[in-house]
Design a protein around this ligand. Structure first.
Ligand code: THU
Length: 136
């Protein structure tokens, strides 16, 4: 079982893989699926800036393309160079996470080290959300 501190550690490590030559803002994400699998991701920028993919979505799409459908927790770290700050997930990533979780149960960890992070639910970060149930 991967604990919260360890998950933050994976996010910090994934951040080193970021391809961010334009913004210089490197982000790493690490998530756990309902069957206990770990997926990591980094932001991948593009010369056509709008084609950039955030770290969180990279990790989610890796998991979903591997057949996973439920995310239980995700850790995120980001910053320029060695200067980490609280890298809250952008709106698009919050919505993408919404698709693959129960918002009240998804644990979102945002932090700058394995010992310094804060925990939120997706419900807190994306209240009154639009999700798959609306289309049933
Ligand atoms: N970024 C992420 O990877 N995740 C977010 O939630 C916010 C922003 C990336 C995208 C871009 O490569 C850089 O940070 C600056 O916006």
């Amino acid at each position: 079982m991967i604990g919260d501190k360890e998950l933050m550690g994976f996010a910090l490590a994934a951040r080193h893989m970021a391809y961010a030559p334009y913004s210089g803002y490197q982000v790493g994400a690490a998530l756990i699926t309902d069957d206990g699998q770990l997926y990591t991701g980094c932001n991948v920028e593009n010369a056509s800036y709008g084609a950039t993919c955030c770290a969180e979505r990279t990790a989610v799409f890796k998991a979903v393309s591997d057949g996973k459908r439920v995310i239980k927790s995700i850790a995120i770290s980001g910053g320029k160079g060695d200067e980490l700050n609280m890298a809250f997930p952008c709106g698009i990533c919050r919505q993408v996470l919404r698709e693959f979780c129960d918002p009240k149960k998804l644990k979102v960890l945002v932090g700058i080290s394995s010992d310094d992070y804060k925990e939120y639910s997706l419900q807190e970060l994306l209240p009154e959300s639009f999700g798959p149930e609306a289309l049933e």
